[in-house]
Design a binder for this molecule. Structure first.
Ligand code: FMN
Length: 197
């Protein structure tokens, strides 16, 4: 059974337009792959602690000792996912801080990446695709720093394909928000069949 990890950083919850697009993606994807199981990681409560130096040392020790710990869950879910969907609004040129905290916890040596004896870094996630969905109050293209970061992070985890769907200018006076979201829904409809598990 395929596992879809939905990392939900849509901080406005039910009011979030980004989340609406994520739901559209999940509906289409599961229609095509009904055997898929969705694991939703809700970041809106921001209940993961900031990774301090001390916590980073302890985290590395838990992973090295192959211990179970709730704070290793982000790394384990990234390692075990077949597809990762990240939903995040365009905040201050990238994405909400809760997502960065999640990604730091997920980037755990020995669980999501490792080094070969030659010192080469290899990713350990079994996911083949990372899909990033975002919406912006103004323009995003040309400064899509959140997606640039996620794509590089995914490559570090071993995820070779990254895709971005976005809707821009949603808070610009007079802009046709419905049309912008419909365009993004069209992009999702075209993307989903390309995502071979
Ligand atoms: C804290 C915060 C920071 C934001 N930063 C930006 C920004 O840097 N550039 C921009 O175009 N819009 C920015 N916006 C507007 C959001 O990107 C826009 O409203 C987006 O559609 C929100 O997504 P949502 O409906 O999923 O919450 C910001 C909004 C908030 C609340």
């Amino acid at each position: 059974m395929d596992q879809i990890l939905f990392v939900d950083a849509c901080m406005r919850g039910e009011a979030s337009r980004t989340r609406t697009l994520c739901q559209d993606f999940l509906t289409r994807y599961t229609r095509l792959h009904p055997e898929s199981q969705i694991i939703r990681r809700d970041l809106t409560a921001a209940d993961l602690p900031v990774l301090t130096g001390d916590l980073a040392c302890r985290r590395d020790q838990w992973a090295a000792d192959q211990r179970d710990h709730p704070l290793l869950t982000p790394a384990r879910e990234v390692a075990g996912a077949d597809l990762i969907l990240v939903g995040a609004p365009y905040w201050d040129l990238s994405f909400p801080a809760a997502l960065k905290i999640y990604l730091e916890w997920a980037s755990t040596l020995g669980l999501t990446f490792a080094y070969t004896p030659q010192g080469e870094q290899v990713g350990l996630s079994r996911a083949r695709h990372l899909v990033y969905i975002t919406t912006g109050g103004g323009p995003i293209a040309g400064a899509n720093l959140g997606f640039d970061y996620l794509r590089a992070w995914g490559a570090m985890m071993g995820i070779s394909n990254a895709h971005c769907v976005m809707a821009e200018n949603l808070d610009v006076l007079g802009s046709d928000v419905g049309a912008a979201l419909d365009r993004a829904r069209g992009d999702i409809a075209r993307l989903v069949p390309l995502l071979v598990p």
